[in-house]
Design a protein around this ligand. Structure first.
Ligand code: ADP
Ligand code: BMX
Ligand code: ZN
Length: 291
């Protein structure tokens, strides 16, 4: 069965048709609307899926936010321009007329990346360093979602009790420091106003402040990985998201993780499916037992 997979991130929306061979066809991408009202998101989703919906039998959504009973609840509404609540399944079923299934974006990507790992791995974690910091955990071969959908929201563990206040209301979350938004918010002087992509470009040209902002993010993610290892005993941690996939970032994380005692080390790699892990995981999960 062909699935129309949709990935709703805080910066970009993506969609593709995915069959049983898990090959992506007709991948499309649009920016997440700047005015993130429910109407603006609904219009953007309609524009994204209309060209493809006739070719699919079902819709599978991987979306930022806590997904409970098909509704998106923002944990960090600041990342979604203040949008708190969005009826994902209802909206997409109305737009497409197709049965729709939804899960958190990072949980979804975790499942795709778990399937891409070689060997008999039963415990793994995935961390996306993107607009925010998302995460997912596989324990004993099962994806943890939780009764309320919150499981694996690793970006909201506390990295620094004296750190910046996070949009979720907590102080010093990993997300407030290490995410694309966090990197940009810590910029000073001539770097004020630069986004994370621009800060990576400056670092590649030797800018010391840009490099130190990126290293601080990577160090925060390395500490998070050590914490996740203590909780899950994961053998492997996969890193995704545009910041996580950026050149040189994983090497910094690796360097900082090596400074932790060996018990807290885990094998690290970048996402096998790169920017498509969320789309593929949603299709895999929605196709479920039929595969
Ligand atoms: P989303 O959050 O919608 O899933 P991304 O994974 O693309 O989207 O993450 C967006 C963040 O990644 C932004 O903070 C942006 O500045 C940053 N970013 C985008 N492209 C790059 C890049 N090539 N290198 C480093 N950072 C990037
Ligand atoms: C935030 C949270 C997570 C999400 C993560 C990465 C919201 C809206 N999102 O921690 O649910 O998985 O960001 O999302 O509260 P991304 O859009 O930055 O990839
Ligand atoms: Zn937080």
């Amino acid at each position: 069965m062909t699935t129309l997979a949709i990935d709703i991130g805080c910066t970009k929306l993506a969609a593709a048709l995915i069959g049983h061979d898990l090959q992506l066809q007709e991948r499309r991408e649009l920016p997440t609307p700047a005015s993130k009202t429910p109407d603006a998101l609904q219009d953007a989703l309609r524009g994204l899926v209309t060209p493809q919906q006739k070719k699919a039998r079902q819709v599978a959504v991987a979306s930022t936010g806590i997904i409970q009973e098909g509704v998106l609840q923002a944990l960090n509404p600041q990342n979604l321009g203040g949008l708190l609540h969005f009826p994902l399944i209802q909206t997409l079923e109305t737009i497409t007329g197709l049965p729709t299934w939804a899960i958190n974006d990072a949980q979804s990507a975790t499942w795709a990346e778990y399937h891409a790992l070689a060997g008999d791995i039963r415990e793994m974690a995935f961390i996306t360093v993107s607009t925010g910091v998302g995460g997912g955990i596989v324990s004993q071969g099962k994806l943890l979602i939780g009764t309320g959908g919150l499981a694996g929201h690793l970006g909201h563990t506390q990295a620094d009790p004296h750190g910046p206040v996070c949009g979720c209301g907590r102080t010093g979350c990993v997300e407030a420091i290490a995410s694309g938004r966090g990197i940009a918010a810590a910029a000073r002087g001539k770097l004020v106003g630069c986004d994370a992509k621009a800060i990576f470009a400056l670092a590649a040209n030797g800018d010391e402040q840009a490099l130190s902002l990126i290293r601080h993010s990577a160090q925060t993610i390395a500490h998070l990985i050590a914490d996740v290892k203590t909780i899950t005993d994961c053998q492997h941690v996969v890193i995704g998201g545009s910041v996580g996939l950026a050149e040189g970032y994983l090497a910094f994380v690796q360097q900082f993780l090596k400074q932790e005692p060996p018990a807290y080390h885990a094998k690290l790699s970048v996402a096998h499916y790169q920017h498509n892990a969320g789309l593929l995981g949603a299709a895999l999960l929605a196709q479920g037992d039929e595969r």
